[in-house]
Design a protein around this ligand. Sequence first.
Ligand SMILES: [Zn+2]
Length: 255
Amino acid sequence: MFKNGQMRRLARYFGVGTIIMLCFMYASPVGAFVPEQSKHTTPAPAHAETEPDGDPDYQRALPTAEIIIDAGHGGIDGGAFQGDILEKDINLAVAKKLYLLLSSSGVRVVLNRNGDYALSDDNRWFSSRSRHKRDLSQRSQLSKEIQAGTVVSLHVNWGKNKSVRGPLVLHQNEGQSALLAYCIQDALNRQQNTRKLPKMGKPFYLLNVVKQPAVIVEMGFISNEEDRRMLTDPRYQLQTASAIASGIRNYILLR
Ligand SMILES: [Zn+2]
């Protein structure tokens, strides 16, 4: 894409937002998306690359975090369901709210899908016949393309026991991921009046292949009536997104 020096110069002249947009344009094989208004931003003109290196304080002016929000499932893959309520729709609704909350508070953030489609549809580079594997590999590839990102993957749980409810955050076997999981779990416990502890999510592909800190946020149980009502109500979706956002901001302060 760009060399480091070029990125620094471009960032100085056009701001980090434009650079992220450029990253998306060049990262199109992995199907990343930017908000509607950014799609029309003009790419940086060639003269930007001839400018000298600038202010040594520039690095400190960069935002302190870069979060990739993974809206779990999508398209043909509905995820967990109860009746005609599908996990993929809840994940996307909360993901969009979380995106807006984080970006409006100055956190550099990207959302890996902003509509109802499967990421495997974008995957032309992995020849597996398993759509599920192509979908997951597409998600992990995105986290490689957007360097230094922390991945927050949004999901909804399902249980045979309909009385089980509450949020659960799963983390990697790694300190930063565990810290992020604790921060988000704490915020969700406060919001949903639960006392769960985050868990290590060993068998989860995403947590195993993503190199950066990553967590899977199970926002509640679609199989539980109380959770389901909360997860499908836009006001509670906003509260859930707000709790996750505050957990992420706490993590950024602590790490
Ligand atoms: Zn899921």
